[in-house]
Write a protein that binds this ligand. Structure first.
Ligand code: NDP
Ligand code: MG
Length: 392
């Protein structure tokens, strides 16, 4: 049949649930073939009951029986554990794997899917940050398309349609600036996870919301853009655009700039990744220029929000450095969310890891796995040694 089977890794998250919304609205085009959750068994069960996928996988093995029993009356294979995901993403009936889990955990399943020739709709930017060189080389080797889901990269991808023979002069990635735009260091020293979780324009998972507040999300996106669009670090510019209407831009060698615009709604880039190169009708809310008379732009404040600079430094150094900053950042964000470190200490922790973890210029996949482990251990120790609450 012409129905595309979609594997959704991280179906219970923000991107995952919006992907299921898109599939639900287009059941003539797509089927949710495989759903995975980390530990949210209840939501995975209710999604599986509604969409009746071939597979439902829960990473947390202690929840296996709960999921298995709840779905016993349905023709669904229930599996558990990270390895089960790696094994099933290669299923011959899967057309595209949408990677919407958070963090380094996306790397191995994505590689397995690419090796099996599956197209990747990539939301899990951490995979490209950690091992962009290996992942993009494998995609090329296996004839796999990596379709960006991240709104900025989807915007660039859309601007590049029909421009295959025109070199990119510059990518201009927009940033909302997050909830602390315009704030200074003294203010940031006292912000709480609650403050940081209030994003002005997007509702997203906790990790990426903290990354947006610290501008690390933009740093990760710069690295993601390098690998998706094969440009150098100095061809990627970040501009703060608080309204999040222009999702990003491409400047060509004649100076012409193309922008992709719309209301902030992740369902559009998700849908485009699934229907590419076609566009399909939908009822998403339309943008109205008259309601936005002021679309504004400003330079990012790199002295206050140091993470964006650290990401550029890591990108220019290459090797396993982006893998180091990713792991350090995952530990930093978790530490901030559970009140073990302050907002500003996140950058200190990342910088500390960049200085102390062994640099490898040409890492193998195994080197990345080791770097990730090593960095996490180092970062955890760093947090434990901090004097309690004198941590900012
Ligand atoms: P959420 O935290 O909302 O969801 C994460 C999903 O991944 C959940 O299904 C979660 O399961 C699962 N998960 C978490 N940890 C693991 C793990 N270790 N192994 C396997 N599965 C895991 O995140 P988002 O949807 O916000 O983000 C997902 C990815 O998409 C991130 O890489 C993010 O950067 C990227 N992205 C998100 C955007 C957004 O608007 N949300 C925009 C652009 C990119 P459970 O529910 O059981 O915990
Ligand atoms: Mg983004």
């Amino acid at each position: 049949s012409s129905i595309k089977n979609v594997a959704i890794l991280g179906s219970t998250g923000s991107i995952g649930t919006q992907t299921l919304d898109v599939i639900k609205g287009n059941s003539n085009l797509f089927r949710a073939f495989l759903l995975t959750a980390h530990s949210n068994a209840d939501l995975l069960i209710s999604q599986a009951m509604e969409f009746v996928p071939q597979y439902a996988i829960i990473c947390d093995t202690t929840k296996y029986l709960q999921v298995k029993e709840a779905l016993a009356h349905l023709p669904i294979q229930v599996l558990a554990g990270h390895k089960a995901i790696i094994d099933t993403v290669t299923h011959p009936d899967i057309a595209v794997v949408l990677t919407a889990m958070v963090g380094f955990a996306g790397l191995e399943p994505t590689i397995a899917a690419i090796k099996a020739g599956k197209d990747i709709a990539l939301a899990n930017k951490e995979t490209l940050v950690v091992a962009g060189e290996i992942v993009t080389a494998l995609a090329k080797q296996h004839g796999v398309t990596i379709l960006p889901v991240d709104s900025e990269h989807s915007a660039i991808f859309q601007c590049l349609a029909g421009e295959e023979n025109n070199p990119i002069e510059k990518l201009i990635i927009t940033a909302s600036g997050g909830p602390f735009r315009g704030r200074n260091v003294a203010f940031l020293a006292n912000v709480t996870p609650r403050d940081a979780l209030k994003h002005p324009n997007w509702i997203m998972g906790a990790k990426i919301t903290i990354d947006s507040a610290s501008l690390m999300n933009k740093g990760l996106e710069v690295i993601e853009a390098k690998w998706l669009f094969d440009v150098d670090a100095d061809q990627i510019e970040v501009i703060v655009h608080p309204q999040s209407i222009i999702h990003s831009m491409v400047q060509f060698r004649d100076g012409s700039i193309k922008a992709q615009m719309g209301l902030p709604d992740m369902k559009l880039p998700i849908q485009y990744a699934l229907t590419y190169p076609n566009r399909i009708q939908n009822d998403f809310k339309r943008f109205n220029f008259a309601a936005y008379p002021n679309l504004t732009f400003e330079k990012p404040d790199l002295d206050t929000f140091r993470n964006l600079n650290l990401a550029y430094v890591a990108l220019k150094q290459g090797g396993n450095m982006p893998c180091i900053i990713n792991a350090a950042n995952e530990i930093a964000v978790a530490g901030f969310l559970n009140n073990s470190i302050g907002f500003l200490a996140m950058s200190n922790l990342i910088e500390e890891c960049m200085q102390h973890i062994n640099f490898i210029e040409q890492p193998s996949l195994n080197d990345y796995l080791n770097t990730d482990k090593e960095t996490r251990i180092f970062a955890q120790n760093f947090i434990q040694k901090l004097p309690s609450k004198a941590i900012h």
